[in-house]
Design a protein around this ligand. Sequence first.
Ligand SMILES: Nc1ncnc2c1ncn2[C@@H]1O[C@H](COP(=O)(O)OP(=O)(O)O)[C@@H](O)[C@H]1O
Ligand SMILES: [Mg+2]
Length: 253
Amino acid sequence: MLEIDEISKTIGTKTVLDRITLSISSGASLAIVGESGSGKSTLARIVMALERPTSGVIRFNGIAAPHKKTSDFKDWYRQIQFVFQNTTASLDPRMTIAQSLEEPLTGFTGMGKNERKERIAEYAEKVGLPPHLLAERPGRLSGGQYQRACIAKALVVKPKLLICDEIVSNLDLLHQHQIIELLHTLKIEQQLSLLFITHDLSLLAGLCEEIAVLKEGQLVERFASSAIHASGHHPYTQSLLNAARSLGRRASE
Ligand SMILES: Nc1ncnc2c1ncn2[C@@H]1O[C@H](COP(=O)(O)OP(=O)(O)O)[C@@H](O)[C@H]1O
Ligand SMILES: [Mg+2]
């Protein structure tokens, strides 16, 4: 379904991504892990067609990512949506949550007013956002509610792929688990594929079938998540795993 084909990105003299090749098949999910600065968000923006790679191609169901803001962009964004880590900048503070959720529906679909209203209520419920919050502005929401609203806004257009870039990193452990649980449910119910980006391997349990490890713009390793505890990982992967374990231990103490 999604093909990341030999993607490189150079910014100035720095190679931010070096010939990255990855794929996600329909209904499957992929996690991308790596320390801060490894190029994860740059790759996410390239997949979203928000940024151009220096070389390489992104294809979705065989169609290459659009270059310019042509009508192809609408098709792209109907199929691929994203939630980014920068929590407070994702929703317009002047708009109510309902207005924010309506924006992609007006932009990318030909839905009528009543249909839009129904879809918004449907997705608020799906992500566990109490209906009364739809009339509020984002400033009134807690961190967890805000992230649920962002997920709802991404999903109202029923995309096939959802890119999540560090979306739980700013939440406490309880809310992290709730959001991961929600993604798990949505993944199954909506047959949604995830590209789940995180620096923290401990967050992945059960969510993605495959894990790709990025280090300084290079793909270090790719493995089935069932093999996460197997021996023989790349030393860099092993150091991320060890960090995740000690984090997990601290959390359960
Ligand atoms: N617009 C930019 N200008 C200069 N450097 C950038 C820009 N965007 C990203 N980088 C650099 O690219 C590298 C990867 O960044 P990023 O994709 O944000 O990594 P990650 O999401 O894994 O933390 C970093 O070294 C960052 O400094
Ligand atoms: Mg990032």
